[in-house]
Design a protein around this ligand. Structure first.
Ligand code: ATP
Ligand code: MG
Length: 206
């Protein structure tokens, strides 16, 4: 065999072996249900990953509910775009706390009240059979600051309709959130431009 042919043959064998592994994995994954996905860690990419999932679900015409704990006074590009989608064709329900980062508001009671008001809307979505995807963006802060009761949140997520998926984002997710999640990805900051003195950019960071 000439050298390039030998290489092609080796590649083919490797891919056949890989295909067997992938096919076996696919054959094992038979359960059809929604999952809990948790994006945590201190690196960039948690909210953008959640919003990527929102566009995926909307692209198939599914009903999506987004709750943004923390955010709400700043502009954000994804909200500008997605909340302009034609209503008859896409079903997106976007709600936010409408307060600033807690170190800006410095008002515990107001933050707690805003978080609870938002949570009461999220609870309704978590009981709605028609809602395919629920995003609880920056939920970890609302829990870690004790604005919400963790037991109540965990139960509402666990008792959601079988086909509903929940995406939770935020730094510092505690073990109980990791325990109820089916998929946990930790974004680790190997580098972040901000630490190098580069300002957050419109359309990239928000
Ligand atoms: P993104 O919204 O860009 O996906 P994120 O949701 O992972 O980021 P958050 O922890 O919610 O990040 O942080 C909010 C803001 O801080 C965003 O503008 C984000 O881009 C930025 N950011 C994320 N990681 C870091 C970091 N390690 N250092 C500084 N700023 C960061
Ligand atoms: Mg975020």
């Amino acid at each position: 065999m000439t050298e390039p042919e030998d290489k092609a043959e080796r590649h083919k064998k490797r891919m056949q072996a890989r295909k067997k592994i992938v096919d076996a994995g696919v054959a094992r994954a038979l359960e059809e249900r929604g999952t809990v996905i948790l994006y945590t860690g201190d690196g960039k990419g948690k909210t953008t990953a959640a919003i990527g999932t929102v566009t995926r679900a909307l692209g198939y015409g599914y009903r999506v509910f987004v709750a943004q704990f923390i955010k709400g006074v700043w502009e954000c590009g994804e909200k500008n775009l997605l909340t302009q989608l034609p209503e008859g064709k896409y079903s997106l329900h976007w709600h936010e706390m409408g307060t600033d980062f807690t170190w800006e508001t410095q008002d515990f009671d107001a933050d707690k009240a805003a978080a609870r008001a938002l949570w009461s809307k999220a609870r309704v979505a978590l009981q709605d059979e028609e809602t395919y995807l629920v995003v609880l963006d920056e939920l970890t802060y609302a829990l870690n600051y004790h604005w919400l009761d963790k037991q109540e949140v965990v139960e509402a997520i666990q008792q959601r309709p079988l086909q509903q998926t929940v995406v939770i984002t935020g730094r510092g997710a505690k073990q109980y959130l990791k325990d109820i999640a089916d998929t946990v990805s930790e974004m680790r900051a190997l580098k972040h431009a901000f630490s190098e003195g580069i300002a957050a950019r419109k359309g990239i960071e928000w």
